[in-house]
Write a protein that binds this ligand. Structure first.
Ligand code: AMP
Length: 143
C-alpha cells in the first residue's frame, strides 16, 4: 500500500507548530489531541523540525521545568526524514526502523502534506496481509 492510499483514508491534517511555540503549548497539544509528535513548520509550510514526546522527556530530564518556557526550536529534531506519496509501507518500515522513530511527515512539492505514524503503518500492513490471505483462500477454493 502506498502513502497516498493511507492518506486518502486518514486525511492530510497534521498537528503543527511554529519554531517559536513554547514547549508547554506543544505538551498541551500532544495531550489534548492524544498524539505523539508535532511537526514544526515555517511560514511557507516547509518542515523545519519535529518534536515528539521523547524530546519532551529529554528536555525535562536535562533542564527541569524551565524547559517548558523555552521555544520548541531549542529541543526539536532539525534533520527530519520525510516520505512522499508514492512510497510503500515497506519503504516506511525501513525508514522508521533505521531512524528509530515512529513518525514520518509526508512532503509534496517541498511542503508538508500529511503524517504517517507507526500505528498507521501497522494498520496498513494488517489489511494488506489480510487481503493477500483472502485472495489465496479464494484461489485455493476455486481450484
Ligand atoms: P518518535 O519515535 O517519533 O517519538 O521520535 C523519537 C526521536 O526521533 C525524537 O527525538 C524525534 O524528534 C525524532 N524523530 C521523530 N520522527 C522523526 C523523523 N521523521 N525524522 C527525524 N527524526 C525524527
Amino acid at each position: 500500500m502506498q502513502v497516498s492510499a493511507i492518506l486518502a483514508e486518514k486525511g492530510h491534517e497534521v498537528a503543527t507548530a511554529s519554531p517559536e511555540t513554547l514547549m508547554i503549548e506543544v505538551m498541551e497539544t500532544l495531550a489534548e489531541r492524544n498524539i505523539g509528535a508535532i511537526v514544526v513548520t515555517d511560514a511557507g509550510r516547509r518542515v523545519a523540525g519535529i518534536i515528539s514526546e521523547r524530546d519532551i522527556v529529554r528536555s525535562l530530564a536535562r533542564n527541569g521545568a524551565s524547559a517548558l518556557d523555552q521555544p520548541v526550536s531549542s529541543f526539536m529534531t532539525k534533520t527530519v526524514v520525510s516520505c512522499s506519496a508514492s512510497e510503500s509501507t515497506h519503504d516506511l518500515m525501513a525508514k522508521m526502523t533505521e531512524g528509530r522513530f515512529r513518525h514520518l511527515p509526508v512532503v509534496a512539492d517541498g511542503k508538508l502534506d500529511g503524517i504517517i505514524s507507526i500505528g498507521d503503518v501497522v494498520a496498513a500492513r494488517i489489511s494488506e496481509v489480510q487481503r493477500e490471505a483472502d485472495a489465496l483462500r479464494d484461489y485455493i477454493a476455486s481450484n
